[in-house]
Design a protein around this ligand. Structure first.
Ligand code: PMP
Ligand code: GLU
Length: 391
């Protein structure tokens, strides 16, 4: 028997390069290798106890059934309250929000809802690995707008505008950015909104790292800019700020017109997010926020520790990221063939896993991404091994 081929959709798709590294580190460790992991954006903190307790209590209460498709009332209200108090805009809990099993799923239903075969979506790059794959699954193509590291990865409205063609449907922004760590200024986000409004484009704003911000940087939610609410789909979640990666919980916020369409894809792909998981989400949003502040303080210390350790290695250059969990460092002066060759060399010589900049698309060559979400010990050991390897 000869079976038919798989769909063109999957035949043209690659596995996730960030997951490839997460999986590789796990498997090498299982084989007994002593790997230091600066690859994935996986916080090493435990989920705060009050969040765990709320979910355990929900399980004991028998809260183990389908919830309303948009999410439980308690969680929708908590998300609406968050946007009112933190970003200053009003949301109707039953019309503008959908709770999803992960921010990744929120992005997926958004791209499936907004993009058709042959459409184009503008994405400033370097950008997170899964956007391009999701756009491809929707049949669309990515029009990359490569940002210049020498210019601090600044986002210029002119560059976005130049990328627009009659097929352009949307602009996707990730702020704070994975992998560059840039947090957009008010001028930059306003520029995005102006371009989108002028050309009738949707904005997809991935704000998953919104609470992971350092120093003077301030996160501005794009939908809080005047005129943006009716065209913007905002995505956020619990994975990063609350150290809840394994819970798979996120949400998507938009005007009612868009939200009703998103709901169709959501209902037919997953239906609703986990019931007891959502109880954890309520506790995370409504409970004490001190643990988050403590975790962010620790990330900032780890960031500085990593930068300080790398400073003495000639040929590696980096600037301190203003947000997110990654250092995007230039290795262009080290003389390696490309960033993938460097990461392979580093893994085999020093047993340190990092992500090649090329995983993040155009503008990523010559860079590596180092995650400082892991422990202080991992960072210290990575630095020790870097020095050893460069001797
Ligand atoms: N967006 C970005 C930029 C990410 O780095 C990630 C990975 N955490 C996600 C979305 C997906 O997050 P989640 O764990 O909620 O699926
Ligand atoms: N977002 C994390 C990263 O960029 C986790 C892996 C993934 O979901 O891509 O490393």
């Amino acid at each position: 028997m000869r079976l038919h081929a798989f769909s063109k959709r999957v035949e043209n798709l690659e596995l996730s390069e960030t997951y490839a590294i997460l999986d590789m580190v796990r498997s090498l460790r299982e084989q007994g290798e002593d790997i230091v992991d600066l690859g994935g954006g996986e916080p090493d903190f435990r989920t705060p106890n009050h969040v765990v307790d709320a979910a355990v209590e929900a399980l004991s209460d028998g809260d183990t059934h389908y919830t309303p498709s948009r999410g439980t009332k308690a969680l929708l209200d908590a998300v609406a309250h968050k946007y009112k108090t933190e970003h200053g805009f009003d949301l109707a809990a039953d019309k503008n929000i959908i709770v999803t099993p992960s921010a990744k799923h929120a992005l997926f239903i958004t791209l499936m809802t907004l993009l058709d075969q042959g459409d184009e979506i503008i994405i400033p790059t370097p950008s997170w690995v899964s956007y391009k794959a999701m756009a491809a699954m929707a049949g669309a193509t990515v029009k990359a707008v490569p940002l210049d590291g020498k210019n601090g990865f600044m986002l210029e409205a002119d560059a976005l505008e130049q990328a627009i063609t009659p097929r352009t449907k949307a602009i996707l922004i990730n702020n704070p950015n994975n992998p560059t760590g840039r947090v957009l200024t008010r001028e930059e986000v306003t520029g995005v909104v102006q371009v989108a409004l002028k050309h009738g484009l949707y904005i997809i704003s991935d704000e998953i790292y919104e609470k992971v911000i350092y120093g003077q940087a301030r996160h501005i939610s794009i939908a809080s800019i005047e005129g943006a609410q009716d065209i913007t789909v905002t995505i956020s979640g619990f994975s990063k700020a609350y150290a809840m990666t394994g819970w798979r919980l996120g949400y998507v916020v938009s005007c009612e017109r868009i939200s009703n369409e998103l709901l169709k894809v959501h209902q037919h792909t997953v239906g609703c997010a986990g019931s007891f998981i959502q109880r954890g989400g309520v506790a995370a949003l409504k409970g004490c926020q001190h643990r988050i502040a403590d975790m962010v303080t620790s990330y900032q210390k780890r960031r500085d520790r990593l930068i300080e350790g790398l400073q003495s290695i000639a040929g590696i250059r980096c600037v301190a990221p203003e947000g997110a969990l990654y250092l995007f460092a230039s290795i262009a002066d080290l003389g390696f063939e490309n960033s993938l060759a460097f990461t392979r060399w580093l893994l085999s010589t020093a047993k340190v896993a990092v992500t090649p900049g090329t995983a993040f698309g155009e503008g990523g060559e010559g860079y590596i991404r180092l995650s400082f979400a892991g422990s202080d010990e991992a960072i210290d050991e990575a630095i020790r091994r870097f020095h050893q390897a460069f001797k």
